[in-house]
Design a protein around this ligand. Structure first.
Ligand code: NZQ
Ligand code: ZN
Length: 397
């Protein structure tokens, strides 16, 4: 196991009606003038926004609003939010929505008290200071409710990049699984896929002797395998929603990733797809992961064989572990298809002729050195081959 620091101070309020505690939570963490940030309107239609405002008002906390965050959030609204917060002397950012809204809120929180361009943080500068952020989560997916990360797309060049820093870990996150019952099945499935991707990206490690985190990841993958189909079948299944919601947080607050190197190549390869085609991040991952895993499998075939046996119920072929490894990848791909996820470029709206552009932005855009680094170092030719694998119609190749 590698050395590590782990600091994860988010206060979680989990369960039914948690949003009614928003006002007391903001007060607890020192907010007196709040920016409520939200997306395209689901929180207005569900009545959640009104309940959140009522809770703030009951505690005597003043607020302003900024809606309109798009999935795969853009830099333009972040600049608007920063100007607004400075003008109105906002001291607390409240995200009401999914990962996109939370990430946009984190960017505004960091940018408001920074002298330079907030994009510096998305070009490699670590976030050391930010206004406090609180979240009320409406979709189990990105894990941003417990993570120190934010992902934003810069409109100029359509670069989708991440920024990090403990300063943007939410001070509190309210997780009410009932709020996720209004999700369309496709969004639920995309969320399930993203959660499983966060687990796989950590499972694919070059560190050795990481039994405790391996086992935690396997437990969470098994939970997703069990609960995922239950919410697709019955969107109102509160208990399944609850297990998925907490699994989504645990998958990405890094309790499963400490002490080990991590991959993140699938995420980087996917981010180019959701930046260019505006597809759901989870849907892009469903197409990306099987291709990446097959491409890099031989780097450590036992790692893939292990997850195949322990999570996907494959039997171990000791003479040919690559057969077991491949079976596990195919079982995962079939699972993703069974919950309604796409399995190839066409279903995602991606085009073969765009591959050179995708590869260029991925490997060389925004100061990158021609490679991406993870479980395996991938150069432009590797990334081209991986995108080409995703064109195939059959998800099991
Ligand atoms: O915008 P509204 O109207 O709210 O609709 C949203 C949106 O269209 C809708 N939705 C959310 N909750 C709902 C609902 N509709 C009905 N009922 C509800 N309860 O779902 C759509 C997707 O929302 P979004 O916030 O985009 O989803 P998600 O949480 O999957 O976030 C995706 C973003 O997070 C980034 C992704 O790259 C992507 O940009 N990620 C952030 C990470 C982080 N900060 O740690 C890590 C992840 O790997 C990921 O990269
Ligand atoms: Zn993700």
């Amino acid at each position: 196991m590698d050395n590590f620091h782990f600091y994860s101070p988010t206060y979680f309020v989990f369960g039914k009606d948690g949003e009614n505690q928003t006002g007391s939570m903001v007060k607890r963490f020192g907010g007196s003038k709040v920016l409520i940030h939200y997306g395209g309107g689901s929180v207005v239609r569900s009545g959640l926004l009104d309940r959140v405002k009522a809770s703030l008002t009951a505690e005597g906390i003043s607020f302003i609003e900024l809606g309109g965050v798009k999935p795969n959030p853009r830099s333009g609204l972040v600049y608007e939010g920063i100007d607004l917060c400075r003008k109105e002397n906002v001291d607390f950012i409240l995200a009401v929505g999914g990962g996109s809204t939370i990430d946009s809120s984190k960017a505004i929180a960091a940018g408001t008290i920074y002298d330079g361009d907030f994009w510096d943080f998305y070009s490699g500068k670590r976030i050391e200071k930010a206004l406090p952020v609180g979240t009320i989560l409406t979709i189990a997916a990105a894990g941003s409710e417990g993570s120190p990360d934010s992902v934003i797309t810069k409109e100029e060049g359509m670069f989708k990049r991440g920024a990090s820093g403990d300063a943007i870990r939410p001070k509190f996150s309210i997780l009410n699984p009932a709020l996720t019952q209004t999700l369309p099945p496709y969004q639920s499935a995309a969320g399930i896929t993203d959660i499983m991707a966060h687990l796989y990206e950590r499972y694919l490690t070059n560190s050795t002797e990481v039994e405790v985190t391996d086992r935690l990841i396997e437990a969470l993958l098994l939970t997703m395998k069990h609960e995922g189909p239950r919410v697709i079948e019955n969107p109102d299944n509160y208990e399944a929603r609850a297990n998925i919601m907490w699994a989504g947080m645990m998958a990405h607050n890094n309790s499963c990733g400490v002490g080990r190197s991590q991959d993140w190549n699938s995420h980087n390869i996917e981010h180019e797809l959701s930046a260019l085609y505006d597809c759901a991040h989870g849907a892009g991952l469903a197409v990306t992961m099987p291709a990446v895993f097959k491409y890099v499998m031989n780097h450590n075939v036992m790692r893939f064989a292990q997850v195949a046996v322990r999570v996907w119920g494959c039997s171990m072929d000791f003479e040919h572990p690559e057969v077991t490894a491949l079976e596990g990848i195919n079982a995962f791909a079939s699972f993703l298809k069974s919950i309604g996820m796409p399995s190839n470029f066409a279903e995602l709206g991606a085009k073969e002729e765009d591959i050179p552009q995708l590869v260029e932005t991925l490997c060389c855009g925004d100061g990158r050195d021609g490679n991406i680094y993870g479980f395996v170092k991938l150069n432009k030719e590797d990334c081209t081959n991986i995108y080409k694998m995703m064109i195939k119609k059959n998800h099991i190749y």
